[in-house]
Design a protein around this ligand. Structure first.
Ligand code: AMP
Length: 279
């Protein structure tokens, strides 16, 4: 696996590979890798000649300085995981390489109202920072395919829209959420849970499945309340949202055809998000 810390050398090498006719798959991450990230590398490996993974804890997408400071950093372990998954190139930039002058003054692509709901309400500025770094990374790596997890469903939708409106020449591919055996979605933040919090957090997946199983039995607003209560009781946590919405607009819908439930919950001071398609 080749490791690059500056985009100048990375971009030159990727250009050379593309001239040789190689297809490039790209997996951007913030590190602290787990099987969820590796599943993206594996998917890219199947469909592309060369897989590039980036690890960059992007400061502009953290709206909470404590969250940024506490974000797990496990670079040596990550490198070992990527080698085992036969990742070809790791891009490990510094903040200066991504933002040579300033992190400010970045345009916000007009991706529509999906920017302003759910995570958009609870983490102001988060998606703006995420789009900023994904656009910069896409311009540096210039991949044919971009692999993203549906675990961060709203992020995936926003990136699809951004690629569309900016006419970036890349195909965005959403990959299913990888879960622990007990249903908890894998996340770099899970390591910060206490043993009890970790056990109780399984209520998130159970509550989403409860909604799925009872979709036709109760009004959606009632199901939202019941699902939120199930999580609240089990985790003693604070629910930011537990919302059943249309999976394209991320807005409330009465049609049961295209629904998804999305939730954000604080357990043990750790913010967990998850979602499940209902239809
Ligand atoms: P992150 O390092 O958290 O920014 O995530 C990097 C990429 O991995 C994003 O596209 C995430 O959606 C994806 N990802 C994170 N957790 C999972 C998971 N449990 N299953 C599938 N993809 C995931």
């Amino acid at each position: 696996m080749k490791v690059y810390q500056t985009s100048r050398h990375l971009s030159a090498y990727i250009s050379k590979l593309k001239k040789e006719g190689k297809t490039i798959g790209f997996v951007p991450t913030m590190g602290a890798l787990h099987q969820g990230h590796i599943s993206l590398v594996e998917a890219a490996k199947k469909e592309c000649d060369v897989v590039v993974c980036s690890i960059f804890v992007n400061p502009t997408q953290f709206n909470n300085t404590e969250d940024l400071a506490k974000y797990p950093r496990t670079t040596e372990y990550d490198k070992a995981m990527l080698k085992i998954a036969y990742c070809d190139i790791l891009y490990l930039p510094s903040v200066k390489d991504i933002y040579p002058e300033t992190t400010e003054n970045h345009r916000v692509p007009p991706v529509g109202n999906i920017l302003n709901v759910l995570e958009g309400v609870h983490r102001p500025g988060h998606f703006e920072g995420m789009m900023q770094v994904v656009e910069i990374l896409l311009r540096k790596v210039a991949p044919h395919k971009l692999y993203m997890g549906l675990k961060d469903y709203q992020q995936y939708m926003i990136v699809c829209n951004m690629v569309d409106v900016l006419k970036l020449p890349v195909v965005v591919i959403g990959q299913p959420t990888i879960r622990e055996k007990d249903g908890l979605a894998m996340s770099s933040r899970n390591v910060r849970l206490t043993k009890l919090g970790r056990k109780n957090a399984t209520a998130i997946y159970k509550a989403m499945n409860f909604v799925k199983e009872n979709l036709k039995k109760s009004p959606l607003t009632e199901l939202e309340k019941q699902g939120a209560t199930l999580i609240e009781k089990a985790t003693n946590g604070k629910i930011e949202y537990f919302s059943i919405v249309n999976k394209f607009s991320l807005e409330p819908d009465t049609d049961l055809k295209n629904l998804i439930v999305l939730t954000a919950v604080w357990v043990d001071g750790v913010r967990l998000i998850d979602n499940l398609e209902l239809s």
